[in-house]
Structure formats: structure tokens, C-alpha cells
Design a protein around this ligand. Structure first.
Ligand code: GLU
Length: 421
């Protein structure tokens, strides 16, 4: 296990630094306080050797795994685990910081962390992926724990990977469902966790659209990215009466003016593993998708997909950030200058970690809740926080993102001060 302190700054860190500095200025925090709040508690990098079968021969490959634990002033470290070829320390660090602000904003007693392995999960067999996940857990064993650091799914991972981590961790600690969240229901996962992030995104998109004076009747929605979050957001918005005119994944974009049947698209993905060949829709490229005529745009793919190069062509009046950091700060500025409302990531997609918290609580209490209870509590909490952020934004004449960061930073800063160092 090695601990790394420095790494080239990545684009998402640059973006977050800009967003944070707007809030820091508004809060009048001095340089020393800012530095303390930005520093990671611990950054761990492990290498994981694995024999991978390519073309019938076993070849040795070494994968890099990361866990950045940013801040634990308000509770145990919490955050997802990403399997993607582009995972690197800089990205994981920026995403770990975002988790600290997200858990503080939504008011759950966790800090922030993020981890990942630089791997394309689709390039490995299920057996190889299981071994890789379990070896990662072995190597991270000393720094995780159900009251220390609790991983969850993120891009490229899901309930199955969480089940493998649970198994590996439980070998040394006894059955420990609270070590991970986003588990399969059979192993102590929570009702509603799988759809929680997308459900919360849809809930806030609807709230924000109504606030702008529009109901579902006239609303056209475009969702970029059709993974767990994007698909469930699209599904829920369709259930609420919105017309989902565009969706996309890495194979391309799909458009239908009269509305895509989201349920059918989800079935198509579960059968064929992608949206490729989706019937009854016009195929378009991903760039065109972002600039389609629509009312609500939901970027639910990777970070940094909306940039200064395409922001001016966006026609939506409302953007709800389902992905983490989908907008570069330059794009954010351009869009705000055009009066396009933005519900920021730390608020919009916080339903995922919120229900992770509910799952953790159910595991510790050994008492599962009903789906209705989980979703009702999700809606109640998100509504409460949205109202608070909107009120602060109005009071201070700032955008929703700056207000959200201000609330979060104030809470973390206070916890740090109270605990001393
Ligand atoms: N990966 C999700 C996020 O970025 C969920 C994290 C969690 O549930 O701990 O918010």
C-alpha cells in the first residue's frame, strides 16, 4: 500500500476549485481555513496484479486502485467506487471532496471519500472482476470499516461488486453488511437504493421546473447517459408525465419528438447491453443530443461533457446535474449568463448517498424499512434541502450552486472547528 500526496491537477478539480472559491469568498474564509478544508485526510493507491485471459492465454496485468478519504469531521468517510479506464488519482480526489460537500448539504452524518480502479469492467470476465474487486478490498482492508469508510457503487460498479466487497471484508470481521451500501437486497441492501439517485434527480427536476412556472404537460426532457442514474431519472420523469425526447449512451443518441418509451429502452439495454439499435427512434450523435430543442437537460454521463464549446448551443431552460461535475466552470458561467437555471450535482444527485445512509442505518439496526418509507423520506429530505438552498440563493443573490456549497462548507467548517485538530 502506498500513500501519494501529489498529482497533476485534473479538469474536474479545476472546475470544483472555481465553484468552491465562489463560495469561500462569499463566506469570507481565510486562506488557512480554505487550505484545511481542501486537503485530503488520506490518499491511498494500491496495485492489484491479476492474470487476465486474453485470446485463450493468461497474461499478467497490474491494475491501479485508489481510495481518497477527504474529510471525516462529520462522520465516517462515505463515497462510491468507480471502475473506468480513465480513473486516476486527481479525478478521485476531486470526487472525494465533492462527497464531503454532498453529505454535509443533505445532512447525513458522513464525511467524503471516493475510490476506483482504472479498468474497463466490460473487458473482464465476471470471475476476473470478482477477483479484482476482492483483492482491492483486501488491500484497502486496513483503511475501511463500517464506522470508518463505507464504499458504494459509482460508474462501472453496482450491487454485485458491493456483494464481493462485503464477502471479502466479512472474512475477517464476521457478516458485516454495513461495510458497503448499494448491496443486493438479499444481502441487506435497501429497498429503493438502486433507483434512488435517478428518482431524486427526477423529483428535483420536477420541483425546479414547477418553480420556473412549468408543469409536466409542456415539458420536453433530454437525458445524456443511460446508466443506472440516467435511466431511472428518465423513467421517473416519464411516470410524472414528462416527455423524454432524447436519450444516449456511449453507442450514440436517440431522438423521438413524440416521446421515447423509457421502459422499453431499459428492457432493450438489459437484453443487448446498450441502446444501439433502439427501434422507433432517430439516431443522432451525442453532441447533437445535448443541443436538442428541449426544456430540461439532464447530463447523467461522465464529468465535463458540457464545455465552453457546446454550452452556447444548449437550448434547455433548466439543467439538472445527475452526473458529478458534468459542466466545466466555463460552461457554468456561460449558461448562468443566459439565465439557464442549474440544479447542481451536490444537490441534484444526493438522493443516492442519502438512501445509502438509510441503508446503513437499516443494517446497523438490523431492521429493514419498506420501499414507501425509503422513498417518502428521500422526497421529504430532498424537498427540505432544496427549499433551503433556494432560499439562501435568493437571500444572498447567488446561484443555487454557490448557495449549496455555502451551506455545506459552513457545516463542515463548523465540525472541524468544534473537534479541533
Ligand atoms: N456514487 C454515488 C455518488 O457519487 C453514491 C455514493 C454513496 O452512496 O456513498 O454520490
Amino acid at each position: 500500500m502506498s500513500t501519494i500526496n501529489t498529482h497533476k491537477k485534473c479538469v474536474c478539480q479545476d472546475t470544483q476549485d472555481h465553484f468552491l472559491s465562489r463560495a469561500f469568498e462569499s463566506l469570507d474564509l481565510d486562506q488557512a481555513q480554505r487550505a484545511l478544508l481542501l486537503a485530503s485526510f488520506r490518499e491511498t493507491r494500491v496495485n492489484i496484479p491479476l492474470r487476465v485471459n486474453t485470446d485463450g492465454t493468461d497474461r499478467l496485468k497490474t491494475f491501479m486502485g485508489y481510495r481518497v478519504q477527504h474529510n471525516q469531521a462529520r462522520g465516517p468517510f462515505k463515497g462510491g467506487l468507480r471502475f473506468h479506464p480513465d480513473v486516476n488519482l486527481g479525478e478521485v480526489r476531486a470526487l472525494a471532496q465533492l462527497m464531503t460537500w454532498k453529505t454535509a448539504l443533505i445532512g447525513i452524518p458522513f464525511g467524503g471519500a471516493k475510490g476506483g480502479i482504472a479498468v474497463d469492467p466490460l473487458s473482464l470476465s465476471s470471475r476476473a472482476l470478482e477477483t479484482l474487486s476482492k483483492r482491492f478490498c483486501q488491500k484497502m482492508g486496513p483503511i475501511i470499516g463500517d464506522h470508518v469508510d463505507i464504499p458504494a457503487p459509482d460508474m462501472g460498479t453496482g450491487p454485485q461488486v458491493m456483494a464481493w466487497l462485503l464477502e471479502e471484508y466479512s472474512k475477517n470481521h464476521g457478516f458485516s453488511p454495513a461495510i458497503v451500501t448499494g448491496k443486493p437486497l438479499e444481502l441487506g441492501g435497501s429497498e429503493g437504493r438502486l433507483e434512488a439517485t435517478g428518482y431524486g434527480v427526477a423529483y428535483l427536476a420536477d420541483k425546479a421546473a414547477r418553480r420556473l412556472g412549468h408543469g409536466p404537460e409542456t415539458r420536453r426532457v433530454v437525458v445524456q447517459g443511460f446508466g443506472n442514474v440516467g435511466a431511472h431519472a428518465a423513467l421517473r420523469l416519464a411516470e410524472l408525465g414528462y416527455c423524454v425526447v432524447g436519450i444516449s449512451d456511449i453507442t450514440g443518441g436517440f431522438y423521438k419528438e413524440s416521446g421515447i418509451d423509457v421502459q422499453k429502452a431499459m428492457m432493450h439495454v438489459s437484453e443487448t447491453h446498450s441502446l444501439k439499435g433502439l427501434p422507433d427512434c432517430e439516431g443522432i450523435d451525442n453532441e447533437t443530443l445535448l443541443t436538442l430543442p428541449c426544456d430540461i437537460l439532464i447530463p447523467a454521463a461522465l464529468e465535463g461533457t458540457v464545455t465552453c464549446d457546446n454550452a452556447d448551443k444548449i437550448q434547455a431552460k433548466l439543467i439538472v446535474e445527475a452526473a458529478n461535475m458534468p459542466l466545466t466552470h466555463g460552461a457554468d458561467e456561460q449558461l448562468r449568463a443566459r439565465d439557464i437555471a442549474i440544479v447542481p450535482d451536490l444537490l441534484a444527485n444526493s438522493g443516492g448517498v442519502l438512501v445509502s445512509y438509510y441503508e446503513w442505518v437499516q443494517n446497523l439496526q438490523e431492521f429493514p424499512w419498506m420501499r414507501e418509507t425509503v422513498l417518502r423520506r428521500l422526497e421529504e429530505r430532498m424537498a427540505e434541502v432544496y427549499t433551503r438552498v433556494a432560499a439562501l440563493a435568493k437571500e444572498k443573490q447567488v446561484d443555487l450552486r454557490t448557495a449549496a456549497y455555502e451551506l455545506a462548507i459552513t457545516r463542515v467548517n463548523r465540525a472541524v472547528e468544534l473537534r479541533g485538530f
